[in-house]
Design a protein around this ligand. Structure first.
Ligand code: GLU
Length: 338
């Protein structure tokens, strides 16, 4: 692109909503992921915005290329499309995290330079011991009491002889009181406010950092995701601020639960899209099922993802967790002859 074309593109972009679905290819796509993917997609499509698909394979040992391929295929089958993504590229690519390491390294360098990070030598066992402390657990693991924050340079030098450190982002004063963006955010109360890891000891960049860098560089304006990531959001807002990026709007939707009140998982039944597809269930039936489940449609009847766009209304979504049980799945599959 010429610089004028680029400039014009940026101006148009600024006026348009940009959302994304960012799956981790460590498991098959299932009803739970599709439900958030669909809502994120509808939110953007209804406003004629642009939708991005980003493959979050930053944790290489947990990621499998075959699953990444399967996820792309399942989403396409469902009629969820994207304007930029790993398979089609786009102006802010690449759209696969393992190919974006230079961006994360640059962000790390900046945070280090600005004195926002410190090396942490705590072992897994030490961290687990902390888990029994009163701070409890968050999606980041045990709340970290800041053990390595106050090490002297001599102590750091001694420890680094025997251990490669992880790097933690320093949440100033163990409180985010001074951070306006966090302060006005709904999830302020729900996180432990302890210093969190941005680079693991094995060198892997943390989800928290990678997702912020990507959403910022990909000019994402709207993030809609599951409420399991609710307590990650204040951490991410701090990173946006520290890196000088503008934060997007966040919406967290309730997760799908099994009828035992636990988050939907394998033990509740095979809710994978692969299984549902294999049963002969048409994509429209599955979309219709999800639409009814989350209150966007008053009937369980087949509907395509595109036909559902006018029905999208964030205010209609249930506030409480949504329950899905094996009998509902059986009904879905039976009625499609599977
Ligand atoms: N990759 C994350 C996951 O699969 C989602 C990231 C996000 O939506 O912020 O849970």
């Amino acid at each position: 692109m010429t610089s004028l074309a680029r400039f014009l593109y940026e101006v148009i972009m600024m006026a348009r909503r940009r959302g994304r679905f960012a799956p981790t290819p460590s498991g098959e796509l299932h009803i739970g992921n599709v439900y958030t993917a669909l809502l994120a997609w509808l939110q953007i499509r209804q406003k004629d915005g642009q939708f991005i698909m980003r493959m979050e394979d930053i944790d290489k040992p947990r990621s499998r290329p075959a699953l990444a391929k399967q996820i792309v295929d399942d989403l396409k089958w469902l009629g969820i499309d994207w304007d930029e993504g790993p398979d089609i590229g786009g102006p802010y690519g690449p759209y696969t995290q393992s190919q974006r390491l230079h961006h994360y390294e640059a962000a790390l360098d900046r945070l280090k330079r600005d004195g926002r990070l410190y090396p942490c030598y705590c072992s897994r066992a030490e961290l687990l011991a902390i888990a029994s402390a009163p701070h409890g657990l968050s999606s980041e693991g045990p709340a970290y009491p800041g053990t390595c924050r106050t090490l002297t340079p001599e102590e750091r030098a001694a420890k680094s002889c025997t251990k490669t450190p992880s790097f933690r982002f320093q949440v100033y004063g163990n409180t985010a009181e001074g951070v306006s963006s966090v302060k006005r955010h709904e999830s302020l109360a729900s996180w432990d406010r302890s210093d969190f890891v941005v680079q693991r000891a094995d060198g892997i960049i943390s989800y928290q950092l990678a997702v912020v860098v990507d959403d910022a560089l990909m000019k994402v304006t709207n993030v809609l995701r599951g409420s399991d990531l609710f307590d990650s959001t204040p951490r991410q807002l701090l990173l946006y601020e520290a890196l000088g990026y503008e934060a997007p709007d966040f919406v967290h939707v309730p997760l799908l639960y099994g009828n035992d009140g636990k988050r939907l998982a394998k033990r509740h039944g095979d809710f994978t899209i692969a299984r549902i597809r294999a049963s002969g269930c048409p994509a429209e039936r599955l979309i219709g099922f999800i639409a009814k489940l989350c209150g966007l449609h008053d009937r369980t009847e087949p509907i395509s993802a595109y036909e559902l766009i006018p029905w999208f209304d964030l205010g209609q979504l249930p506030k409480a967790p949504i329950t899905v049980d094996a009998s509902m799945l059986a009904e879905l599959l039976e009625s499609s002859g599977g």
